[in-house]
Design a protein around this ligand. Sequence first.
Ligand SMILES: Cc1cc2nc3c(=O)[nH]c(=O)nc-3n(C[C@H](O)[C@H](O)[C@H](O)COP(=O)(O)OP(=O)(O)OC[C@H]3O[C@@H](n4cnc5c(N)ncnc54)[C@H](O)[C@@H]3O)c2cc1C
Length: 456
Amino acid sequence: MKKNVVIIGAGPAGLFAARELCQRSDFSVTVVDWGPDIKDRKCPAVETGTCIGCRPCNIMCGLGGAGGMSSGILNLRYDIGGDLSELVGSRGAADALVKEVDQIFLEHGAPREVSGTDIDGIAELKRKAAAAGISFIPIVQRHIGSEHLPAVITSFRQWLEKRGVRFLLNTKVNQIKPGRVIANGRPIDADYIIAAPGRVGAKWFAEEAKRLNVKLRHGPIDIGVRVEIPAVVYEPLVSINRDPKFHIRTKTFDDFVRTFCTNPNGYVMEERYDGHVGVNGHSLRGVKSENTNFAFLVRIELTQPVTDTTAYGRSIAYLATTIGGNQPILQRLGDLRAGRRSTWERIRRSHVEPTLKSVTPGDISMALPARIVTDILEGLDMLDRVAPGVASDSTLLYAPEVKFYAMRIEVNELMETSMPGLFVAGDGAGLSRGIVTAAATGLLAARGVLKKAGLA
Ligand SMILES: Cc1cc2nc3c(=O)[nH]c(=O)nc-3n(C[C@H](O)[C@H](O)[C@H](O)COP(=O)(O)OP(=O)(O)OC[C@H]3O[C@@H](n4cnc5c(N)ncnc54)[C@H](O)[C@@H]3O)c2cc1C
């Protein structure tokens, strides 16, 4: 008799877990996702620049997960977006896992070209960064592009369905119980559950985990801004590496600041969470803006007596949302330095035209703690030595950009939690922070199920 596996979430983690399991005739695999099919995912924020807070949010939910409407940048490095070597025990095994994930994306139509292989350019960037006192992290990247992702994900779905995987879309799992889940109020039997609910389901899953006495802990979060500059300023960098990652230690506080999610000729976009706004960025292969944007984030870790980074990050995001009148705040870097708010008039006088218009010109120092603002100012000045012009007065800063990583669920070597039969994968369990790492943890969780079932 077949064993039932229920996978919660059709993001990269859930889809890759399903792929691994459906190749064995021992399992009946059901993937449940709160959101719709990829072809029905539409976002007013992407189309019109204004977010009306759809529930479930089409950016974050549905077939393909949060990655489904993203730029689809595959970071082909085991320690970007989480550290896979911590889960598999060695760098070699982690590298092999990344290659496996990449190969599967290629089989489903991801473009063959990669960026980040220009050895001389990378050496030059490393040298410049070192001279500025910062680290450049070279990464080979595959850029699928928002407009190609639907075809890749549809191919993935069809491949899975051909092998018997059942999709229950527009269906929310309300509760996890031993041996079953309750979805849209109805029970579904499950010998094994793989929870891969992503960042959007992280809060719900953490509450479920606490109720089920599953062990979990708080991890660090990242808080900062989305930086928008003329594309020409970053062109010398993105021509070497499409999403150049810099790691910076700031002078005053010795804090860790990093660049993340660069979108050359891209667009800044608004995100809406429960009770607060946020910003992100994306780029399209077909439609280009004059600007490039990237996240500039400060790592926040809390030790004792308070460890709840999520509550801390949320209170900052709420404050930013309040002062922004329920919209992200936009400020020119020169205005932040001068201690004055930005206004539409000042922004219009500047030569960088914002790609996100549903914002409130204001003062980021009224929203973010002074320590974070100092880190941003010092960090951008350091980055300016690698990419002159980044810290110009006309540079635009959007706030808040907050990366809430899920609470880290404690797992054994099978990716099984302290509740027998409940396995986890992806961003929603605090195990990853990107498409490739999420997909890799999906493969690991499925292999954990195979081992537990005595099939590997
Ligand atoms: C705008 C944007 C751009 C991004 N760009 C990139 C990028 O270029 N490169 C990169 O590596 N990463 C990117 N990311 C991050 C990346 O998308 C995620 O790291 C990745 O998708 C995580 O995969 P996951 O499977 O763990 O979760 P997700 O992809 O978040 O999928 C989780 C799924 O679970 C479903 N779900 C949640 N709760 C429930 C429930 N209770 N019942 C049923 N279903 C539920 C959700 O609907 C969702 O579809 C981006 C993210 C965003 C938001």
